[in-house]
Design a protein around this ligand. Structure first.
Ligand code: SAM
Length: 383
């Protein structure tokens, strides 16, 4: 079957994580936007200056062309509690509202959004409830799942929720559940908490959302699924530069402070922790090893100075290592200083992670879950 000729619009484009994923899937990005000048210069350096527009998205709502696929890792802003009723907060005035407006106006066939996984449980699920309620009223079949960068062969623990919307599929169709997930959910192998629940009305629901779910026309279902390993594991040491500049090393002082740290050599979320700070923040250092994966890379500057023991050196990660850990080409951010690159990579979405979701959608790789097997899909009871 020949691939459909799809076009996409990339909101909150940053350095183009979704753009790379679209390219991998033969989707033509025809318009993109970001407010950050440095991110836009990196984007232009990689993809040319034809599609990307620099500025506040609110000023460009009238300029967005018709498209098939809307993508975006939208900034997570607090929603107003004012006027909150039935557990739904007010998202007016936020950047999420922009997404809803564009979907209403442009009616693309698909969308794919990305955010921190804590969106599912912050404010006892109220944020996500608001998002789900707004999206599910737009005539899309919504599905979400928490994915970890480490599952895609990247050496990083980075859990993100990917939210898809599609006009192609119906209630019992799933993009993100594998046959193994289904079997586990069906047999209750995971545990009783994780078993399917019935479809529930979003607006009157309470509580946090689980790692997978679907929603449509104001109803949703959610369950906890295990992490899948889609690509083989990669250890951090496999992507490290062999002889990075000594400017990445920490000083003699580190060796002194390590004497006050506690050697633990334990793993947490796959991250090897060699030393823990002992006796308070000013005493000793936390130091990571390279036999595991990296903790989540973030935009926050303090994280860019985290210490790793590599052989007999104590150093921070290089900007090129940040690129590799996020799954970008080594020189993707060459248009800006190494200092700026850390933040841009820390904010970005790993292209391979969203490419996986995109591929399922554009190649129509959905599974239909048999109605007779699961009372989940009966939609008989609203609680
Ligand atoms: C989480 S990052 C998305 C990163 C992107 N997915 C990538 O792969 O690099 C959110 C982005 O939204 C942009 N942004 C924030 N407010 C904006 C606004 N009002 N208009 C346009 N872009 C905005 C930020 O500059 C930032 O690059």
């Amino acid at each position: 079957m020949s691939k459909p000729n799809l076009t996409s619009v990339e909101l909150f484009a940053g350095i183009g994580g979704f753009r790379l994923a679209a390219d991998m899937n033969g989707i033509n990005t025809i318009w993109a936007n970001d407010i950050d000048h440095t991110a836009v210069s990196v984007y232009k350096d990689n993809f040319g200056d034809k599609e990307i527009v620099e500025g506040d998205i609110h000023d460009y709502l009238e300029c967005i062309p018709n498209h098939d696929f809307l993508t975006g890792g939208f900034p997570c802003q607090p929603f107003s509690k004012a006027g909150k009723k039935k557990g739904i907060s007010d998202y007016r005035g936020t950047l999420f509202e922009v997404i809803v407006e564009i979907l209403k106006k442009k009616n693309p066939r698909y969308f794919l959004l990305e955010n921190v996984n804590s969106l599912l449980f912050m404010e006892n699920g109220d944020h996500f409830r608001t998002i789900l309620s707004a999206l599910s009223q737009l005539d899309y079949k919504i599905e979400w799942r928490v994915f970890n960068a480490a599952s895609f062969g990247l050496p990083q623990h980075r859990e993100r929720v990917i939210i898809s919307g599609s006009k192609d599929v119906s209630f019992s169709d799933t993009y993100f559940l594998t046959a193994e997930d289904e079997a586990q959910l069906k047999n209750g192998v995971i545990d009783s908490v994780a078993r399917f629940e019935r479809w529930r009305a979003i607006e009157t629901s309470t509580g946090k959302f689980k790692t997978w779910g679907m929603a449509m026309q104001g109803f949703f279902v959610t369950a906890d699924v295990c992490e899948c390993q889609y690509e083989s594991h990669t250890k951090l040491k496999a992507v490290l530069e062999t002889s990075p500049d000594p400017s990445f090393d920490f000083t003699e002082d580190t060796l002194e402070r390590i004497k006050k740290s506690q050697f633990v050599n334990k793993y947490f979320n796959g991250v090897q922790i060699l030393y823990n700070q002992a006796g308070g923040a000013r005493m000793g250092y936390s130091i990571f090893g390279t036999e595991g994966i990296a903790p989540t890379l973030t935009a926050s500057t303090s994280r860019h100075y985290e210490r790793y023991q590599v052989g007999d050196r104590f150093r921070r990660l290089t900007n090129i290592e940040y690129a590799r850990i996020q799954g970008f080409p080594d020189h993707h951010c060459d248009a800006t200083s190494p200092y700026n690159q850390y933040k841009l990579y820390g904010n970005a979405v790993p292209p391979i992670m969203v490419s996986y979701a995109m591929e399922k959608i554009v190649n129509r790789q959905y599974r239909t879950i048999e109605k007779q097997t699961y009372d989940l899909f009966d939609l008989v009871e609203v609680v």
